[in-house]
Design a protein around this ligand. Structure first.
Ligand code: FES
Length: 409
């Protein structure tokens, strides 16, 4: 999954998917709808745009056990969660996903495996089908082998095509996620044609949002405004021509909007993330925020974590806001944007999201857009997501790459 996937629309998708699956939808705003289980940070791919924390290497040795995951699923379902995302890293690196799927089915979740496809075999997909997995979302990267292999730092192009066919053969809807960046944005039409040719039912064109590794690599990944506009126009044209057979979701990148997104549909409103080591977070990036203590399922009740923990209440609602958000007539619509983006770019988690044109820090976004026109910045070496680089980041290296923002721990 990408950060882009967790916008406003996803909560609605979760509700509809669950309703279509016969799951009770008598939810209230005081319960989570989505449980995202980031079951591992280990990954065979090394994507330059990965939203996982840059210091993920701290969390690869203390993953939750199968029994702990099953307990977390039960506890979250009691709280009201109805949609389960099984994500990573690459979740298929764990050999207990089949057990997690069976338990999810028993509990009445609508379950979604979010995968690169690496490790998805006939045997495993058969087991997922029998166990009641509802949905598989496959990441694709480009129509060319060259870009696929470059941006993931792997040789996975042919494998992804095979996995896509396998998913279709097993009767799953074909759901593709393609992260869009400077290296593939020029291939928008061909990406859509490829998706149509392989029988995709749904494709998410997730323009890169800048968190984690993608923030470290922002200068190299960020397309120009002209490229984004052209990509959106091509998508609209394709949509108009191809009709409604394949649903196309174009996620507009934050940096090119003048108002921020209501991140996670509101802090502590519908999403609960349990990380590989058991931390319970309101959003993927929350651990970048300073002076916050996040509960952990190993030693804390999930109900308390959701309802009463200081971390989940820190940015719920709007009482934490300061100007210009406090008196803004649009504050309920976007809740001041993304707390993590505010902190990463301004050093102040309570500042208005700099994406907003009313933010006193909006010039930071304008500078990033101006910098996207500078080929020398785009040509800097990419820091690929891998254990070695994560260790280096933990040790304080690469700081010069992101000197103008607070991207690193
Ligand atoms: Fe937006 Fe954390 S990622 S609030």
């Amino acid at each position: 999954m990408t950060q882009a996937s967790l916008g406003e629309s996803v909560a609605q998708k979760a509700i509809h998917a669950a309703q279509n699956n016969g799951v009770s939808s008598s939810f209230t705003r005081t319960q989570p709808l989505w449980l995202l289980a980031e079951v591992t940070y280990r990954c065979p791919l090394h994507c330059a745009f990965c939203y996982n924390p840059t210091d993920y290497d701290k969390h690869t040795q203390n993953e939750l056990t199968t029994a702990q995951w099953i307990q977390a699923l039960r506890d979250a379902r009691k709280l009201g969660a109805i949609q389960l995302g099984i994500s990573g890293g690459e979740p298929l690196l764990r050999d207990d996903i089949e057990d997690i799927v069976i338990e999810a089915k028993k509990l009445g979740y609508y379950s979604n495996l979010i995968t690169s496809g690496v490790g998805l075999t006939e045997k495993r997909i058969q087991a997922f089908k029998e166990g009641g997995l509802d949905h598989i979302q496959l990441s694709m990267h480009d129509i060319t082998e060259e870009i696929n292999n470059f941006i993931t730092h792997t040789k996975t192009f042919e494998l992804k095509k095979k996995v896509a066919a396998m998913i279709k053969d097993h009767g799953y809807p074909m759901v593709l996620n393609v992260v869009i960046h400077r290296y593939n944005i020029g291939h928008m039409k061909q990406i859509l044609e490829m998706a149509e040719a392989i029988g995709a039912d749904y494709i998410e064109l997730a323009n890169t949002q800048y968190y984690g590794w993608s923030l470290v690599n922002r200068s190299q990944l960020m397309p120009t405004k002209e490229q984004v506009d052209e990509a959106e126009a091509i998508t609209n044209e394709f949509r108009a021509k191809s009709g409604s057979k394949m649903k196309i979701f174009f996620v507009v990148p934050d940096y090119f909007s003048d108002r921020p997104k209501k991140c996670m549909n509101g802090w502590g409103e519908v999403f609960m993330i349990v990380t590989a080591n058991g931390d319970v977070l309101p959003c993927h990036s929350a651990r970048v925020l300073p002076n916050m203590q996040f509960p952990n399922v190993k030693d804390t009740d999930l109900g308390w974590s959701w309802k009463d923990s200081p971390a989940f209440n820190q940015y719920r609602g709007d009482s934490w806001m300061k100007e210009p958000c406090r008196s803004c007539e649009e504050k309920e619509k976007d809740l001041g944007g993304c707390r993590c983006q505010s902190f990463l770019l301004t050093g102040d988690a309570e500042a208005a999201d700099p994406v907003c044109s009313k933010s006193p820090h909006h010039h930071l976004i304008q500078k990033a857009i101006a910098d996207s026109e500078n080929p020398a910045l785009a040509a800097q070496p990419i820091v690929f997501r891998n254990d070695k680089n994560s260790k280096k980041i933990i040790a304080g290296e690469f700081k010069e790459l992101v000197a103008e923002f607070h991207a690193l721990p």
